[in-house]
Design a protein around this ligand. Structure first.
Ligand code: ATP
Length: 752
């Protein structure tokens, strides 16, 4: 992109000009904080009165003031980050935010001698700020008028002559980076710096993802602002910004239609590590509370699974075949232990009444003929037992009224007898999903429930995996499926949200009224919520069919944003997963986008990765790396002491980069690798290959590509993920199994 560096004096002048603008913005913000504080305390008093009339007075102005107050108090690092200088617009109409919305320049905006005047200058920031005369001092990055800041390119610049990114800390402007989008014009605008994108990409990484609000690129902006209808599907290779775009889209949707998304946005992430890495992005965009970011192993209330099944087990547990097994198990569990009690004996009308095993079994069959969830069939089981006992009394009445009265008395007497209630509890217990899943750990039982669905070796494997302590990531989808099959007995009614709160969002602004922090409130809402208004799925290629069913249940009426890359899929049966995904999304129309530029890896690393991509998914295009560092990947062959070789490679990278180092090993070496790196500090982390999903580091060590590739049928794709995590440097450590050549390059990574 065109950029040229101006003389230092000009740079200082430009920084001073932006400083003057920022000072003005802060003065205005202080006034607004003052106003907002007054309005909020006034609203709180009305809120305590609690009459509908008083509540209704919490109008949109209060809401906006409160949003400002909350956000302003969040102390943004770079509150004001952008500026565009624009030619006169085509129709000259102003939008709701006071800025011209036309994208094309007016016919006479450019004179014949290629000179032009700047007609409008807009500053872009994390929230909008209007001056006292309603002129926009700062435009919210999500407003339509801010789109040219992101969308214009030198090929299609529209009205934008110069785009500027402003770097500031607190209230001080530190620097500016300009892109000149119409270098052919003479406008008198100075251009400073080498462009914002490169400055952002070159920064050292930490263990938290940063927002990209000041350098969103045109193809990304189209996704972020895509209309919310139905399903937005985004594919793109590693580092193309899919995760970043998905998170910015959540913030955008909330800005566009806060009322609709009061129903919550769920963002499903593959691992807890990726949740921890990304969860700071939305608060930095001024959004917190409405978006729940959850690992796929934490979607079921009260469960947080971090164990991984071996690939062969994961493959079975994730497949749709488990539906049938679980259905059998949910019903079969009623017979535990040992077929359940075999005799019901009660006393009524002074007589002993009994139902033997055979009669009980026929009652059970009759009840199970219904399709309702097992726990919800309990009242029917109770009724049919009473019917059978009543028949045992042999009573007959000609008078139907009398018969009904007698029968009612009988039911009341019998059903409150401890003999009857204890029997019912044992014979038709309220089943919890965890109990049913635990029952599958018994191989004999499982083979009964899995007859003609799983092979005997598969039964053995699954049963064995369920005998260890704790749940695996794949168990969680099974628990959720069981929850549906079993049904929850009616729970205590939750407090209804005050509809007025939802209208004005006041609860979000004043959580202190309930004595809870914003974070506590977000957690509480997430727990109470079972369905969401919008569901974002990150790394969607990894969801197994059973996981798609689980996620689908949380967004039955939602709109969706789904981001992923088939070439990074660690799931072996890609077609089965695609079918389950179609089922979860139904026949909602889909809008598809592809991202093509790799912002993470320098070209030198991307090239090595593309060698593996050609093996993992022949014919799949590699994204284009946006920059090159001139630093080639380093190839080393591990000595007999693998631990020492890994440690040395990591230590060397720690000296070479300022930020983080990730060491990626095959899953079964995870625990070992943590030990190897002990004492090297918290800039370095050890990761199992599946845990590396979505993460990035300044430098990475990939230990034995062959070991990673051979771990599972999807191993080559997992290796592709491992090789694409570094922003600056990559060391590949080969072992014997990698068949390294004389230069240490493993067989799998050789281009020939
Ligand atoms: N427009 C941009 N400006 C600055 N940085 C960007 C931009 N787009 C992406 N990045 C950076 O590139 C890196 C990769 O982005 P992200 O993790 O969202 O990619 P991804 O497509 O999800 O990758 P993967 O498929 O490997 O998980 C991140 O550091 C992100 O901040």
């Amino acid at each position: 992109m065109a950029a040229q560096t101006a003389a230092p004096g000009v740079r200082d002048q430009e920084i001073a000009a932006e400083q003057a603008h920022l000072d003005r913005v802060y003065r205005r913000l202080e006034e607004k904080i003052h106003e907002a504080e007054f309005l909020m305390s006034d609203a709180a008093q009305r809120g305590q009165v609690g009459t509908p009339g008083a509540l209704a007075e919490r109008d949109a102005q209060v809401f906006r003031a409160g949003v400002h107050l909350n956000r302003l108090n969040s102390e943004f690092e770079d509150f004001l980050f952008g500026r565009v200088d624009l030619l006169a617009g085509k129709d000259g109409k102003k939008g709701a935010d006071g800025a011209f919305t036309s994208v094309d320049p007016a016919d006479d905006a450019i004179r014949e001698d290629a000179t032009a005047d700047i007609a409008e200058t807009l500053h872009i920031g994390r929230i909008g700020v209007l001056d006292t005369d309603y002129a926009p001092l700062v435009i919210d990055w999500r407003a339509p008028a801010a789109a040219p800041f992101y969308r214009s390119t030198p090929v299609a610049p529209g009205r934008v002559v110069r785009r500027r990114v402003i770097r500031s800390k607190g209230r001080k402007v530190l620097g500016v980076e300009d892109d000149l989008l119409r270098p052919e014009l003479t406008t008198g605008l100075p251009v400073v710096g080498d462009g914002a994108l490169m400055a952002a990409l070159g920064q050292a990484r930490t263990h938290s993802m940063r927002d990209i609000v000041s350098s969103i690129q045109a193809e990304q902006d189209l996704v972020i602002r895509a209309p919310a209808a139905s399903v937005t599907e985004v594919t793109g290779g590693p580092g193309t910004g899919k995760t970043a775009v998905a998170l910015h889209r959540a913030a955008y949707l909330l800005y566009q239609d806060r009322r609709r998304y009061a129903g919550g946005i769920l963002c499903v992430s593959p691992t807890p590590l990726l949740v921890a890495y990304t969860e700071g992005v939305l608060p930095s965009l001024g959004e917190e509370g409405q978006v729940a970011i959850r690992a796929v192993g934490s979607l079921v209330d009260g469960v947080s699974a971090e164990l991984y099944d071996e690939p062969a087990v994961a493959r079975i547990k994730g497949s749709l075949r488990m539906q049938k097994v679980l259905r059998n198990a949910a019903r079969g569990c009623l017979d535990l232990p040992d077929g359940g009690p075999g005799l019901l004996r009660v006393v009524a009308f002074g007589r002993r009444l009994e139902l033997d095993a055979q009669e009980l079994s026929s009652v059970r069959q009759q009840v199970l003929a219904g399709t309702a969830p097992v726990n919800l069939l309990r009242p029917r089981a109770r009724r049919l037992l009473l019917d059978a006992l009543w028949r045992r009394t042999g009573r007959r009445f000609d008078d139907t009224e009398l018969a009904a009265e007698e029968r009612q008395g009988f039911d009341e007497d019998v059903s409150t007898e401890p003999e009857f209630t204890d029997f019912l509890d044992a014979w038709w217990p309220v089943l919890a999903p965890a109990r049913v899943l635990a029952a599958l750990a018994d191989e004999r039982r499982l083979s009964r429930w899995a007859r003609r669905v799983l092979t005997p070796p598969e039964v053995r494997r699954v049963a064995r995996s369920l005998r260890r302590d704790g749940f695996s990531v794949h168990d969680v989808a099974l628990l959720d499926e069981l929850e549906t099959l079993l049904g929850s007995p009616p729970r205590e009614k939750k407090r209804e949200l005050d509809p007025m709160d939802q209208l004005t969002g006041l609860e979000e602004l004043m959580p202190q009224a309930r004595g809870e922090s914003r974070r506590e409130r977000a957690d509480r809402l997430a727990r109470e919520r079972v369905e969401y208004a919008h569901v974002i799925v990150d790394e969607a290629q990894d969801l197994t069919p059973m996981q798609w069913r689980m996620v689908g249940r949380r967004g039955r009426t939602a709109t969706w944003t789904i981001v992923g890359d088939p070439a990074q899929s660690s799931w072996s049966d890609v077609d089965e997963a695609a079918r389950a995904r179609d089922e979860a999304l139904g026949n909602r129309p889909r809008r598809r986008f592809t991202l093509t530029v790799n912002y993470r890896n320098p070209a030198e690393i991307a090239e090595v990765a593309s060698t593996v991509l050609a093996l993992a998914m022949p014919g799949s295009p590699s994204p284009r790396a946006v920059r090159s560092t001139g630093v080639l990947p380093r190839y080393e062959v591990a000595g007999p002491d693998l631990a020492a070789s890994v440690r040395d490679a990591a230590a060397r990278l720690l000296e070479e980069v300022d930020g983080t180092v990730g060491v990626v090993v095959a899953m079964n070496r995870r625990a070992q690798a943590r030990q190897w790196l002990r004492g090297l500090g918290d800039r370095v982390v050890a990761l199992g290959s599946l845990e590396a999903k979505g993460l990035e580091y300044d430098a990475t060590v990939v230990v034995s590509p062959a070991e990673i590739a051979e771990e599972s049928p999807a191993g080559l794709r997992v290796l592709y993920v491992a090789l694409t995590r570094a922003t600056q440097r990559l060391t590949v450590l080969a072992r014997e199994a990698d068949l390294p050549d004389a230069a240490g390059v493993p067989d799998l990574l050789r281009a020939d």
